[in-house]
Design a binder for this molecule. Sequence first.
Ligand SMILES: NC(=O)c1ccc[n+]([C@@H]2O[C@H](COP(=O)([O-])OP(=O)(O)OC[C@H]3O[C@@H](n4cnc5c(N)ncnc54)[C@H](O)[C@@H]3O)[C@@H](O)[C@H]2O)c1
Ligand SMILES: [Zn+2]
Length: 362
Amino acid sequence: MRTIEVVLGDRSYPIVVGAGVLNAAASVCMEQYHPSSVTILSHPRLMALYGEKVAADFRGLGLPVAMLTVRPGERHKNLRTVERLYRELLSLEVDRKGLLIAVGGGVLGDVCGFVAATYLRGIAFVQIPTTVLAQVDASVGGKTGVDLPEGKNLVGAFHQPRAVIIDTETLATLPARELRSGLAEVVKYGMITDERLFGDLGRSIPLLLGRDLAALSDAVVRSCEIKAHIVSVDETEQGLRAILNFGHTIGHALEVVTGYRRYKHGEAISIGMVSACLIGEEAGITPPDVTEAARALLSRLRLPTKFPDDIDIDSTISATLKDKKRVGASVTYILAERIGRVAPTPGVAAELVRRALRRQQA
Ligand SMILES: NC(=O)c1ccc[n+]([C@@H]2O[C@H](COP(=O)([O-])OP(=O)(O)OC[C@H]3O[C@@H](n4cnc5c(N)ncnc54)[C@H](O)[C@@H]3O)[C@@H](O)[C@H]2O)c1
Ligand SMILES: [Zn+2]
């Protein structure tokens, strides 16, 4: 079991990682917070697989425990779900000292976090992420929120969890495509700050894809260390946190132009990271061998790297201009100077992006 601290003054919290730590979830929570009641939020299947065990442990400690379910899928990450949950919490008489616990992927964690941020003006919550993506990214950092018909994550709040409990054994039941998609974010951490992580990933691909618990735990711990550090320095994305968007400008645009149906998030980010490398080459920032190394690692993880030739480049570039992270009229790309070092680059010309994406289509 490894513990990483997210250092944020009186909002600091531990990330506990290890195979089997679900068994210690209730006691880890109780070390951080003494709730009047516990409400576990999960998807029906994950509740049966993992949530009920956590509930039983809290009951054993004498606490009132309720379980609420949300149907899986991004389409349920909306205000309707949030309202239903508020009202269910009210009918359960959950008060300001109640604790909410999310057991699931990023969708569940984002919804649960947003409910916790706003119900009775904010109550405590804990994340128990069960996808690679949520373990290495979504559960850490306190961004919570839901989607509107107009776009993703348009309503939200910063609300830090009291603890993040990551049991890598839960990944045993994760569909293979979800596993690989999450690993794209681990590659991103290597690209933005950690050349050694990038190299180690290359050596451990068969273990990672084979769900070796030690290899997965190592990748998760190192990703969480990087995210925890970045969040500690820049909680609300005023500066450093922006480097986490490496690969996300084109990645998000691809998700938008394909209606969020064609790609898993990590798959779009995999393509987007190669785009960022090629854009960096066009801007004279990224050496071609960096692009090649990124492309090779991602394709060995069986992630897509080519910009699909049936997708219109100009529509994709237009979609980047509507990104909610844009400030004013210009898009800031995070470009790679080498493996392990990136630089936010404002004012990248559309023509240069177009050239890069044409090369990526070939
Ligand atoms: N808050 C943040 O900082 C942040 C960061 C990145 C992504 N996100 C959000 O995360 C969401 C994507 O999260 P995701 O990729 O985890 O997808 P997800 O939450 O939709 O989970 C993917 C699927 O896997 C299933 N699943 C989850 N864990 C499982 C397990 N252990 N075994 C079997 N099935 C399991 C889920 O039920 C779901 O069907 C997006 O909404 C995105 O906006 C948030
Ligand atoms: Zn991402």
